[in-house]
Design a protein around this ligand. Sequence first.
Ligand code: ATP
Ligand code: MG
Length: 229
Amino acid sequence: MLNVDDIFVSYGQSEALHGISFEAARNETVAVMGRNGMGKTTLFKSLIGILPLKSGAVRVDGADVSRDESFQRVAKGIAYVPQGRQIFATLTVEENIRTGLENVRGKTVPDEIYALFPVLYEMRARKGGNLSGGQQQQLAIARALVSQPKVLLLDEPTEGIQPSIIKDIARALNEIRKLREITIVVSEQVLSFALDVADRLLVIEGGRFVHESTRSAADAATIREYLSV
Ligand SMILES: Nc1ncnc2c1ncn2[C@@H]1O[C@H](COP(=O)(O)OP(=O)(O)OP(=O)(O)O)[C@@H](O)[C@H]1O
Ligand SMILES: [Mg+2]
């Protein structure tokens, strides 16, 4: 469903991704693990089209989106939940979710979204800025989901979030996948969360993948070693 083929990405003269390749199938969740500054956000921004590729290709469901603008990629089935969530503080929860409906027919929030995140239903009239960090993360995921993506990208969804809400987010992601059989790519530094949601784990270091394993074969000690500073 998502095919990333040997992508290189630079900030000016400084190359940040040095030939990243991976695939993620329909109904598969892949976790990209890596310490601070290793290239996770750079990878996600290049997949959604915020950063241009220097070379390589990104395909979604067979369609090459490498040269598309972000909004075109969204229309072709990619949704992106940025690191730090970036919800609209002055809009209500309901209005925030509806901003994800711009390219979609029908402007009401599907019941399914509130069923996944009951707390958002309770708070639907509240301003986004008055939600806790964990609630804002759920809001950012809800906003991404209303575009009916085939591929959902989440950049460090557990960053700065308390353990009980991390569990809620893991549960919601597993539920979304069961309901819609979508592809999920999530970047993470929390191994327990990655093992809760992902079928496959990739480790990124210095803009390259240095390790890959399936969840069942994952060696927690080895992965922790990569994640420790
Ligand atoms: N706007 C930028 N200009 C120049 N270099 C950048 C820019 N953004 C990131 N970098 C560099 O690219 C590399 C990868 O950064 P990136 O933000 O992708 O890491 P990350 O894995 O997402 O880290 P974190 O876990 O802290 O979010 C780092 O060396 C970083 O300094
Ligand atoms: Mg990052």
